[in-house]
Write a protein that binds this ligand. Structure first.
Ligand code: PHE
Length: 338
């Protein structure tokens, strides 16, 4: 044994400590060097054979080796304890079932809206869009509401501080579209509307409508009834009947309310239709000439029909939902049924 040997052994030992890839391998290295029958005790024993002049130096170097080894050994040990060993990783059972994240489902209103778009698309209608925050011009003035009309009242309409408002119906999209496009027009405009209603089983301060507008030469009430009947048959079933009741809207003349026969009792009368056999689905009519004048259409050239359908009402009948508030409480247990 000589000093040079000891240095080589130390280098080798420290390298092996560093290379140990788990706790077992590290322990094996320790036993090989420091164990009772290990290399270091063996070297200690050989010390007495070293030449007396070199003995103190050799002893000192062996002690240094032992200290260096122990220090590196402890460091490596904590390192391995912190990091998960490759062995731990492979104990993960890849055949276990994964954790289910759950697929989302479309909200009933979205489902119905998409279905309605599909049906009107097949009749040649395209989708138009407008903002939820509207001007009084688009929401009321251009739609022939006189200045003191009750719908303008703050008790019915949400106003913003700058005089704009949350649209109370989807009809302003008609105005926007006609201002930007020449006739003929065949659009539907699905979207959210807002009114100052006190929420109850059938009222909500926000709800959805689908606006329809068809403008061309000689469009009549018969076209309106034909198209809405086609829609009713596609959306609610081929036996659905459609009826018009005279009504009033400032922007249509004549105006009607449109009822579909009750989906639940087929017209016999039940709780859903309040025993009448009919469900009120839309407001509609022939576009008032004043509206055409507001958007610059020639009233001698074109006529048109318009309608605004309530989506919540239809969803409630179709899906058997008894309280409109269920649609807005975001209870996934409830909404997941549809
Ligand atoms: N905008 C009307 C409402 O919200 C519905 C409607 C639309 C009536 C188009 C006639 C024509 O009640």
């Amino acid at each position: 044994m000589n000093i040079k040997n000891i240095t080589e052994i130390q280098d080798q030992a420290l390298q092996e400590v560093e290379a140990a890839s788990d706790a077992d391998a590290l322990e094996a290295v320790r036993i090989r060097y420091l164990g009772r029958k290990g290399l270091l005790p063996d070297l200690m024993k050989q010390l007495k054979d070293v030449e007396p002049a070199q003995r103190p130096e050799a002893g000192k170097r062996l002690n240094e080796l032992k200290n260096a080894f122990q220090e590196r050994f402890e460091a490596r040990k904590t390192e391995l304890e912190k990091a998960p060993s490759p062995a731990d990783k492979t104990t993960f059972d890849v055949t276990l079932p994964g954790s289910w994240r759950g697929l989302g489902k479309k909200h009933p209103i979205t489902q119905l809206m998409e279905r309605a778009i599909e049906i009107f698309h097949s009749l040649g209608f395209t989708v138009a869009d407008g903002p939820d925050i509207e001007t009084a011009f688009h929401n009321f003035d251009a739609l022939n509401h006189p200045p003191g009309h009750p719908a303008r009242d703050e008790t019915d309409t949400f106003y913003l501080s700058d005089g704009d408002l949350l649209r109370t119906h989807t009809s302003p999209v008609q105005v926007r579209y006609m201002l930007a496009h020449k006739p003929p027009v065949r659009i539907i405009a699905p979207g959210r509307c807002y009114r100052r209603d006190t929420p109850d089983a059938t009222h909500s301060a926000n709800f959805h409508q689908i606006e329809g507008l068809y403008v061309d030469r000689q469009v009549s009430l018969a076209d309106l009834k034909g198209d809405l009947t086609h829609f009713a048959h596609e959306a609610m079933g081929p036996k659905t009947k459609v009826r018009f009741r005279p009504h009033f809207f400032p922007f249509t003349e004549p105006s009607v309310e449109v009822d579909f026969s009750c989906h639940v009792c087929a017209g016999d009368g039940c709780r859903v239709c309040k025993q009448s056999g009919w469900i009120e689905i839309a407001g509609a009519g022939i576009v008032d000439p004043n509206v055409f004048e507001a958007v610059g259409y020639d009233t001698r050239e074109v006529t048109g029909y318009a309608f605004g359908m309530g989506l919540e009402r239809m969803a409630m009948v179709l899906f058997g939902i008894t309280d409109i508030r269920h649609l807005y409480e975001n209870d996934l247990r409830y909404l997941g049924q549809f």
